[in-house]
Design a protein around this ligand. Structure first.
Ligand SMILES: [Zn+2]
Length: 371
């Protein structure tokens, strides 16, 4: 009898602890916006159906004193690509906009940050050094949490193109644009983001991503044909700084992606950026929080030696600092290129650290955590 009671007590404790851990995954990590923040909104302000659910996510608005254009930065479309949402967090905590408007959605698919990808062995969290000690960040998934959308179809039919994609891509936000108001959970999030772009008259969209070091579209800016001039000028400038970037045209017959559908279905110039993330790759070795932060992996160094990667990958790896720095510098150059091509719609901002500053000190040292 006593043994049964002990087992029951242990089981109850395990349920209590794991339940608490599960619930904590649904609470947003605290961000500390700069005083330059003008409005803190929710995505449901643009599509009320999302209100109160995991798909509802914060929208940060920074307005300059002078009028100009509007730039939208999306982080966390895929939440196993940490440089994407950390670059957005860093902008939120450093930005000072002088002209025009910058809108930031740091957790575009917030549901994807509430769970991990099955079978990948990813850590649930990782730590970054800041001026106030270590700060913990969550690692998420490429896909919407099955708690929000389940089951996957055998074949996912993209709307409105009718293109056939794998079933799991029905939970991939970057295969669901332009979205549907009466569609699946992920399609509704995509629809809400497209609504935000239309209602706020966004001029330029920058969707931040990461990819495996062996993926062909890497260290790249992908651009819709209307955004090609802007992206080309940005890539030339980045290459001039010695940063390896390629320019990739958005394929016209591959549907669901932000750079294709947001360019086709809204007036915005649609771009997407990729950096190289070893913790996402198929060739990686040991997978832990260290790999996420340091980006060092002996298997990838070996793979690069036999030319199986699309980026150089030395023993020093590709740390999160470099990946975040690339996204910040890429964003800066895209906005500068946009300004050069769109007189009267300029967006000017300061505050964000430079590429060299981030690489030298680490991006965590620029984050404005309150004590
Ligand atoms: Zn991605």
């Amino acid at each position: 009898m006593i043994r049964k009671l002990v087992i029951l007590a242990l089981l109850s404790a395990a349920c209590f602890i794991s339940g608490g851990m599960l619930l904590s995954q649904h609470q947003d990590e605290t961000l500390y916006p700069t005083p330059s923040l003008t409005k803190r909104m929710m995505l449901s302000d643009y599509f009320s159906v999302l209100r109160g659910g995991d798909g509802d996510t914060e929208v940060f608005e920074y307005c300059g004193d002078e009028g100009g254009g509007t730039v939208l930065i999306l982080g966390g479309t895929h939440c196993d690509e940490p440089a994407s949402y950390l670059a957005a967090y860093l902008l939120i905590e450093t930005l000072d906009v002088q002209r025009g408007r910058v809108l930031i959605v740091p957790r575009a698919n917030r549901s994807a940050l509430t769970h991990n990808l099955q079978g990948e062995g990813h850590p649930q969290t990782f730590e970054v050094e800041t001026l106030h000690g270590k700060r913990s960040f969550r690692m998420g998934s490429r896909y919407t949490n099955p708690l929000n959308q389940w089951p996957d179809p055998e074949v996912y039919l993209h709307s409105p193109s009718k293109q056939e994609l794998s079933g799991s891509d029905s939970r991939n936000l970057n295969r669901c644009y332009p979205g549907r108001a009466d569609g699946t959970y992920t399609e509704r999030v995509a629809h809400a983001l497209a609504e935000l772009i239309k209602q706020e008259k966004v001029d330029l969209v920058i969707d931040l991503h990461e990819a495996s070091p062996e993926y062909p579209v890497i260290n790249a800016i992908v651009a819709h044909e209307r955004a090609m001039d802007c992206a080309a000028f940005a890539v030339m400038e980045l290459q001039g700084q010695g940063l390896e970037y390629s320019l990739e045209p958005s394929p016209q017959n591959y549907h669901g992606l932000s750079h294709r559908e947001l360019g086709d279905h809204t007036n915005a110039l649609a771009t997407l950026m990729e950096s190289a993330n070893a913790s996402q790759g198929r060739l990686r070795g040991r997978t832990d929080a260290q790999l996420v932060v340091t980006g060092r992996d002996k298997m990838y160094t070996r793979a690069a030696e036999i030319e199986m990667t699309r980026v150089p990958f030395g023993l020093e790896g590709i740390p999160l600092d470099i990946r975040v720095a690339r996204h910040i510098e890429g964003t800066r150059q895209l906005v500068l290129a946009f300004n050069g091509l769109n007189a009267g719609k300029e967006v000017e901002f300061g505050g964000a650290p430079t590429y060299a500053e981030i690489v030298e000190r680490g991006f965590g040292k620029f984050m404005h955590e309150e004590n």
